[in-house]
Design a protein around this ligand. Structure first.
Ligand SMILES: Nc1ncnc2c1ncn2[C@@H]1O[C@H](COP(=O)(O)OP(=O)(O)O)[C@@H](O)[C@H]1O
Ligand SMILES: [Mg+2]
Length: 267
């Protein structure tokens, strides 16, 4: 650990400025897999689209206090917490209100530290082992708040042609945040998503990314799997919707790989 939080909570920003690469799917299913092996997990929905909230079954009517209120200092994160149907898995929901936060914060002090300050509350730090922040598809002030608050950044990367270009930009941003607002920020890892083994391009991209980042890339690769894409419309993580499908099994392996790297004695 790189700073003096009152407990060993690990805060991971799930980030990639590109949309549709598997951020939300990874936050939900990695979170569910970690919860299933007894870690206390909080998914913090920091995307105004609210897909992580929907995906764990928290519909709009149940989103009274949200990540927006916590960022604006109108509520604490503890007040915004909701329990999901999954043991050990809590959520801070978001709504479209959050899209206004960037403008509203623009002339506020410590505008990039809002989330860090909110997460420092003992009700969070003492209660959870992992906080997974589901970032929006942009390198905006919301993502910056996540990177300032986080111990590390987990990057889902879709195996497609421009993946490496996007990754370079993201890594430069992480460097900038490390050089200024959060010196301890690490790369948790890169996870290749929506891998299609019938597609040579997927293989080529995977090889290029491994050549570029080496051991930062997880051995576990998440396959393209229709059960994963069906699960959100049922308000369930894929791991609950169909825990035997190839996608769910991959997320279970990803969780154990993360734990093995993170907590060598625990896994
Ligand atoms: N491994 C996968 N196989 C099939 N569909 C997937 C997979 N991962 C994500 N999806 C689907 O792709 C879409 C984008 O994924 P999502 O996690 O929402 O991306 P992001 O949060 O980066 O925008 C969603 O409809 C999701 O259900
Ligand atoms: Mg998303």
């Amino acid at each position: 650990m790189t700073d003096a939080r009152p407990s060993d909570v690990r805060i991971i920003a799930v980030a990639n400025q590109k949309g549709g690469v598997g951020k939300t799917t990874t936050a939900i299913n990695l979170g569910t897999a970690l919860a299933a092996v007894g870690r206390r997990v909080l998914i913090l929905d920091l995307d105004p689209q609210g897909n992580a909230s929907t995906g764990v079954g928290i519909d709009r009517a149940a989103r009274e206090i949200t990540s927006y209120d916590a960022l604006m200092g109108e509520a604490t994160l503890a007040e915004a917490l909701v329990e999901t149907a999954i043991p050990n898995l809590s959520l801070v929901p978001s709504t479209v209100d959050l899209s206004g936060a960037e403008l509203e914060l623009v002339d506020q002090e410590r505008r990039a530290h809002r989330l860090k300050d909110a997460l420092a509350a003992p009700e969070i730090a003492r209660v959870f082992d992992y906080v997974l922040i589901d970032c929006p598809p942009s390198l905006n002030l919301l993502t910056l708040n996540a990177m300032v608050a986080a111990d590390s950044v987990l990057v889902p990367l879709q195996c497609e042609f421009f993946a490496l270009e996007g990754l370079s930009l993201l890594l430069r941003t992480v460097e900038q945040v490390r050089g200024s607002l959060n010196p301890g920020l690490q790369i948790q890892g890169v996870v290749l998503t929506m891998y299609d083994n019938r597609n040579n391009l997927s293989d080529q991209v995977a090889a290029d990314v491994r050549g570029f980042l080496g051991s930062k890339v997880y051995n576990t690769v998440i396959p393209r799997n229709v059960r994963i894409s069906e699960a959100p419309s049922h308000g369930q993580p894929a791991l609950v919707y169909d825990h035997r499908c190839a996608g769910s099994q991959a997320y279970i392996r990803l969780a154990s790989e993360l734990l093995r790297r993170e907590e060598p004695r625990a896994a």
